[in-house]
Design a protein around this ligand. Structure first.
Ligand code: BGC
Length: 486
């Protein structure tokens, strides 16, 4: 402990709390996303989003629910502010619903009520000393744009940039932290494409994910340049949020070590490498592998589109910070011998298998385990990968329903410890947002899986919010950090 105190003071970190160490101006927050909490799906001029469409017309949601009402945050803004205030957070990460402010998808028609809602939210947050971090896109684009091909359509670069410009114009005088996209690797792989089964598996599994990556990275870069050129006077920061689950080789064989690195490059590197390294391009490993396999599969060109030299210049270095969503850890092994390399798919390109250690405490959702050292390793990997670019942890959380959610308390204790250890070891972490403020619509899982610090009763029309034990624990934790920091 003594050694630790000396160590942190050398690096100018001003606060020591038990074993936890945080910089003086460290930001604690909680996060949500528009489709998951707002409801009011067709009110006051909002149009149908691609997720409204999935929930209304497919069988893909476990409990056949939808986001029509969700937490009703559109009508319960004051209640959301109240619980944020109660938690004592410095910041709130929320997202804007594209179809709520641009119902037709395009910027020629702005919906005044959508603008009013977010203005009110931002103003009330600021009046309560809570700074907004706004995600421009958290998966819910207008269905009209989905019908034009969604993220496989290269024109989305312009549509998104126009949408971002509207957000900067209307909210940028007060919002100083922006994230363009949330977890592209999730939505580029999601069943959003799957609702058109006639696409066929090659288009769906082997081509669309790469078209999507190529389009949205250019869209991100374009929005960055618009922000920096047209809105320089707003003096804010803009980044992108990537998902980084940690993974370790299952065995210490070369095959598994190589496979683990390949997995990280396919999941994280595809998006991080173009923006956060000098290359400004997809990782070499990914480019070579997809090109070779495409050739083997008799494609004339690689299924991974190339960036032009001009694209590379546009993309490189276009983020003031990297947002990391981290939840869990897995163990990776090589699957090259088990897959048919002649069958094109992004999963076959990756060629890995994932498993877990059965001793890890499980959450109530199949993919999430309480493995705090995974966060430490992920943060040290990012430090190295990005040359220690500033990082915001934009999501971290656990799935558990009980009001007395001791599993989630244990998770936050351990993960905040790992975060603090990574900071002590030089990782440049600026902020930490818990996912989620409230129970909400958990995508394909509907309302069957809960991530909230606050429980929401979805069968009661007034959607009451109730603090879980973890909310009380986090509130005390933030309070202790702040009072030791004074
Ligand atoms: C997403 C959230 C989601 C959470 C838990 C993240 O991938 O950004 O929208 O609710 O994980 O699954």
């Amino acid at each position: 402990m003594w050694a630790k105190i000396i160590f942190v003071s050398i690096f100018g970190i001003s606060q020591v709390l038990g074993a936890y160490v945080f910089p003086k101006d460290f930001i604690f927050g909680a996060a949500t996303a528009s489709f998951q909490i707002e409801g009011a799906w067709n009110e006051s001029g909002k149009s149908e989003s691609c997720w409204d469409h999935i929930a209304h017309y497919t069988n893909e949601i476990d409990d056949h629910s939808n986001g029509d009402v969700a937490c009703d945050s559109y009508h319960k803004l004051d209640e959301d502010i109240k619980v944020l205030k109660e938690l004592g957070v410095d910041s709130y990460r929320f997202s804007i619903s594209w179809p709520r402010i641009l119902p037709e998808g395009f910027s020629n028609k702005v919906n005044p009520d959508g603008i009013r809602y977010y203005n009110e939210l931002i103003d009330k947050l600021l009046a309560n000393d809570i700074t907004p971090l706004v995600t421009i896109y958290h998966w819910d684009h207008p269905q009209s744009l989905q019908l034009l091909g969604g993220w496989t359509n290269p024109r989305m670069v312009e549509y998104f940039a126009d949408y971002a410009r509207v957000a900067f114009e209307h909210f940028g005088d007060r919002v100083k932290q922006w994230a363009t996209f949330n977890e592209p690797q999730q939505f580029c792989r999601e069943k959003i494409w799957g609702e058109a089964p006639s696409l066929g598996s090659v288009a769906l599994d082997a081509v669309a994910p790469y078209l999507c990556a190529h389009t949205l990275i250019r869209a991100h870069a374009k929005a960055y340049h618009i922000y920096k050129n047209e809105f320089a006077n707003q003096k804010g920061k803009l980044g992108i949020v990537l998902n980084l689950p940690w993974t370790e080789p299952l065995t210490n064989t070369t095959k598994d070590i190589v496979a683990t690195n390949r997995d990280l490059e396919f999941q994280f590197g595809i998006y991080a490498h173009p923006i956060f390294t000098k290359d400004g391009d997809f990782p070499k490993l990914v480019k070579e592998r997809v090109a070779n396999l495409s050739k083997l599969q008799s494609f004339k060109k690689s299924r991974l589109p190339e960036f032009t030299e001009e694209d590379v210049k546009e993309i490189r270095g276009t983020a003031d910070f990297l947002g990391i969503n981290h939840y869990s850890t897995s163990l990776t092994s090589d699957a090259s011998d088990e897959i048919d390399l002649f069958t094109p798919s992004i999963n076959n390109d990756r060629a890995v298998k994932s498993t877990i250690d059965p001793s890890w405490p499980a959450s109530e959702i199949f993919w999430l385990y309480d493995v705090p050292w995974g966060l430490y390793k992920a943060l040290m990997y990012v430090k190295n990968y990005t040359n220690n670019h500033p990082v915001y942890i934009t999501e971290n959380g656990f799935c558990e329903e009980a009001i007395d959610d001791q599993g989630r308390v244990h998770y936050y204790q351990g993960y905040l410890q790992s975060l603090s250890d990574a900071i002590s070891d030089g990782a440049n972490i600026v902020a930490y947002y818990a996912w989620s403020l409230l129970d909400n619509f958990e995508w394909h899982r509907g309302y069957t899986k809960r991530f909230g610090l606050y429980h929401v009763n979805f069968t009661d029309p007034s959607r009451p919010r109730t603090a879980r034990s973890s909310a009380k624990w986090l509130k005390n934790f933030i309070h202790d950090v702040k009072s030791n920091n004074l």
